[in-house]
Ligand binder design. Structure first.
Ligand SMILES: Nc1ncnc2c1ncn2[C@@H]1O[C@H](COP(=O)(O)OP(=O)(O)OP(=O)(O)O)[C@@H](O)[C@H]1O
Length: 291
């Protein structure tokens, strides 16, 4: 069994050390660095644009993600979800637009703001010649945590995601689902205020997915905000309290899950908003039966 309640809660300020040990802030804020604005949304995307050559991937997206929400981002393949989340977390520079994290401009203050963010990017590229334990330790030390805190949190997080027995295995030898889980542990180690997860359940088995969902719910109950992209509508409907549907770089609908689904299932509403159902009639040659 996992111990999800051992996961560090999101830190509004300095991160507490293990077992009441003195805490250490992830890194010392530079003098005059902007601080989170009370009452501001956890994440606000304003007028985001991004093109790749002739392809407009994100075409003027505005999104407001309330503090303490569990926010789902859904959309068909190529809708612009990963591009939006990459711009929202400082991984990809927007062509235009502003990202505010708890009221602080990300692209104007990347160092300070990234300290508030935990990110699980899509297609994670990790230092996979490290073991799982070394990788989480490395992520914690990079965030400026002291060694004792990192050691305690690494143990807690690896237990919570079910990787304790594989802690000394090289990440390159992990399965796809194990890699997702260790990347999630890395994203959580500094107790960020906002957690942004691109397809966190992809390749993850159902028991591990349920454990991860529990970790995320506890994180939100402790004051954190989760933004998660997924293709699984049923999961988003059950797990999230807010959702945005995006397609072709635009927001088609956003709000609470109940507002967006408007009395139907989220999947029905998604298909209605996005369209694009294709029948298999054009593939008659695939029929193998001679009847
Ligand atoms: N680095 C890139 N170079 C060129 N085009 C890109 C690049 N990244 C994304 N795109 C294009 O931008 C559009 C949006 O891609 P994006 O990855 O954001 O979609 P997505 O909603 O995350 O899709 P999926 O659900 O399939 O992961 C797509 O048409 C994609 O081909």
């Amino acid at each position: 069994m996992t111990t999800p309640d051992a996961v560090p809660p999101p830190a509004p300020g300095p991160v507490p050390g293990p077992s009441g040990a003195p805490g250490v802030a992830p890194t010392t804020a530079a003098p005059g660095a902007p601080s989170p604005r009370p009452g501001a949304p956890a994440l606000a995307l304003q007028g985001m644009w991004r093109r790749f050559g002739d392809k407009v991937a994100v075409a003027g997206i505005d999104l407001t993600i309330p503090s303490g929400s569990f926010y789902g981002l859904v959309g068909p393949n190529g809708a612009g979800k990963t591009t939006s989340l990459s711009m929202a977390t400082g991984l990809l520079r927007p062509d235009a637009g502003t990202v505010l994290v708890h009221g602080v401009d990300l692209w104007a203050n990347p160092v300070e703001v990234k300290r508030m963010l935990g990110v699980l990017p899509d297609g994670v590229r990790l230092f996979d010649r490290l073991t799982g334990a070394q990788l989480v330790t490395y992520a914690g030390l990079l965030q400026g945590l002291d060694r004792a805190t990192v050691a305690a949190r690494t143990d807690d997080l690896l237990a919570a995601v079910g990787l304790s027995d594989d802690r000394d295995t090289l990440v390159v030898d992990y399965s796809a689902g194990m890699t997702k889980k260790v990347a999630l542990a890395c994203a959580l180690v500094h107790a960020p205020r906002v957690l942004v997860l691109d397809e966190p359940f992809e390749a993850v088995d159902p028991v591990s997915a349920a454990n991860i969902r529990e970790i995320l719910h506890q994180y939100v109950a402790g004051g954190g905000t989760v933004v998660v992209s997924s293709h699984v509508m049923d999961l988003v409907q059950r797990m999230c309290d807010h959702v945005a549907v995006i397609a072709e770089g635009h927001v088609l609908a956003a709000g609470t899950v109940d507002e967006v689904r408007a009395g139907r299932s989220l999947e029905e509403r998604f298909v209605e908003l996005v369209g694009g159902r294709i029948t298999g009639e054009g593939l008659a040659w695939l029929r193998t039966s001679s009847d």
